[in-house]
Design a protein around this ligand. Structure first.
Ligand SMILES: [Zn+2]
Length: 139
């Protein structure tokens, strides 16, 4: 691997690291609940344990099967993670592109959709991009 490529990788991880830190802060609690942690293709995948039970306590509009914070992907279980991995990896690339700006941009996109009477999750530009990428990669 060339030095230039290594620097690019370091910059991508560094730029996304404040968001990855949010996911990393959740890891000890989910790990102690029985979740397992794997390193897969440059991301930390965390699933199982009490994650599904904790997600079920969230308000219905905030529940998820998998969620990404930088290079950390959390999922209720590994079967769900297998289904959503490709989608979540698009979000990883979005974090690498937008870095610390990703979370406010994501929330802003949801707010704009909500104010325009659309679905703040399904119509969010980053979610649409993740779905479009997944569909185009299967074509
Ligand atoms: Zn998504």
């Amino acid at each position: 691997m060339s030095a230039r490529r290594r620097i690019r990788i370091l910059l991508r991880y560094g730029w996304a690291s404040p968001c990855s830190l949010i996911g990393l802060l959740l890891v000890p609690a989910v790990f102690l609940s029985g979740a397992t942690v794997r390193v897969v293709a440059g991301t930390l995948e965390v699933a199982g344990g009490r994650i599904a039970a904790w997600i079920s306590r969230l308000p219905h509009c905030l529940r998820f099967s998998a969620i990404t914070f930088g290079h950390v992907i959390l999922a209720d279980n590994y079967a769900s993670l297998a289904v959503h991995r490709e989608h979540e990896r698009v979000h990883v690339r979005q974090y690498e592109r937008w870095g610390i700006l990703f979370l406010p941009l994501y929330c802003g996109s949801s707010l704009i959709q909500l104010l325009q009477g659309r679905n703040p999750y399904l119509d969010n530009r980053f979610e649409r991009q993740a779905r479009e990428y997944k569909q185009s990669s299967k074509a």
